[in-house]
Design a protein around this ligand. Structure first.
Ligand code: COA
Length: 335
């Protein structure tokens, strides 16, 4: 029997990034006409100026990812048929089944790929990165796409001012490939605590409370959030995960060129950066343009800032979301 190939020296490098936001904007001024809110309140309490909304009958989360992944393939000069696996982090799948990944692979012509959806809410992309990196590190796969996208407008109640001001639609993806020079996804701290679900969830539509006329009438298919409780846990969870990751990897905040935080609220981002000791000029920010796109925020940040990231830069991606789920991941940029 031949010896197994040693895999310890293989890391999963990010070799391309793609992103997409739909063209239709929902501004704070638009929201002022829909619920009792004010542009000034939204800007100061959240940092959001506008968000994008995917309009058009029959369009879902996979349609946010088709242009993102085709963009990525074009940049990397590969054909979608070369992709081995597609992981889609989302809480707004196209259908209960089949998976969004399954639909997406057919739409982009990734005819040699398998794939699956991963539900980690706002931390979904982080969970996906570690999962995808493990597939590369195992030596079994050479091209793994990790995507994060949400059509949040499909589960938001535009009569509820607590939630409708925050969320938007969009998504992005990265390509992971084997690397033997130490670039890529280096380490992670990932956490989960299901007791937080009382503060942030969608009540109905799953197997516990299947859809009935009553659940629809009671508006229980929309996102429910107790914002202040989520806010408190998010700052603490994200900051502690970043600090724990720095400690584990023996890096100091000076050695981190970019903090890539989940875009939930500008005050959560600033609080996390401050506690982690990373100055604002090294913190990626696009919440003003897109709002919170749930699993889409982290790849959309990488997509927006791609031209500013240099080979060898250390990035810490950090997220917090429904569940609760949270964590931080260290990446050494390799492209
Ligand atoms: N416009 C105007 N006023 C609003 C409002 C809106 N859209 N939404 C809430 N308010 C009001 C509240 O009713 C409350 O009024 P009251 O004091 O008379 O009761 C007041 O503003 C303060 O509400 P509160 O919920 O304490 O505000 P906040 O400062 O916590 O900000 C969020 C609310 C939702 C922006 C904030 O809690 C948040 O961002 N939470 C985390 C959200 C998040 O990250 N979720 C995604 C998962 S990571």
């Amino acid at each position: 029997m031949s010896k197994p190939t040693p895999t310890h020296s293989i890391t999963a490098a990010i070799t391309a990034v793609g992103g997409y936001v739909p063209p239709d904007k929902l501004t704070n001024a638009d929201l002022e006409k829909m619920v009792d809110t004010q542009d000034e309140w939204i800007r100061t309490r959240t940092g959001i100026h506008e968000r994008r909304i995917l309009k058009g009958a029959g369009l879902g989360t996979s349609d946010l990812l088709v242009p993102a992944i085709l963009d990525l393939c074009k940049k990397r000069k590969i054909d979608p048929s070369e992709i081995d696996c597609v992981i889609v982090a989302t809480i707004t799948p196209d259908y209960p089944f089949p998976s969004t990944a399954n639909v997406l692979c057919e739409k982009i012509g990734a005819k040699n790929a398998w794939g699956f959806d991963l539900a980690g809410a706002c931390s979904g992309f982080l969970y996906g990165l570690t999962t995808g990196a493990s597939l590369i590190e195992s030596g079994r796969y050479k091209k793994v796409i990790v995507a994060g996208a949400d059509k949040m407008s499909s589960i938001i109640d535009y009569k509820d001012r607590n939630t409708c001001i925050i969320f938007g639609d969009g998504g992005g993806a990265v390509l992971l490939e084997p690397n033997d020079e130490g670039y890529g996804v280096l380490d992670s701290i990932l956490k989960s605590d299901g007791s937080g679900r009382k503060y942030l969830h969608t009540h109905a539509g799953g197997s516990v409370h299947p859809t009935t006329e009553e659940t629809v009438r009671n508006r229980q298919h929309y996102v429910y959030q107790e914002g202040a409780a989520v806010f408190k846990h998010a700052i603490k969870g994200m900051a502690e995960a970043v600090v724990e990751l720095l400690d584990k990897t023996k890096l100091t905040s000076d050695q981190i060129q970019w903090l890539v935080p989940h875009q939930a609220n500008i005050r959560i981002i600033e609080g996390t950066a401050e506690r982690a000791g990373i100055p604002s000029e090294r913190v990626m920010l696009n919440i003003h343009k897109y709002g919170n796109t749930t699993a889409g925020t982290l790849p959309l940040c990488l997509w927006d800032y791609e031209s500013k990231i240099k080979k060898g830069d250390h990035l810490i991606l950090a997220a917090f979301g429904g569940g609760f789920t949270w964590g931080a991941t260290l990446v050494k940029w390799g492209s």
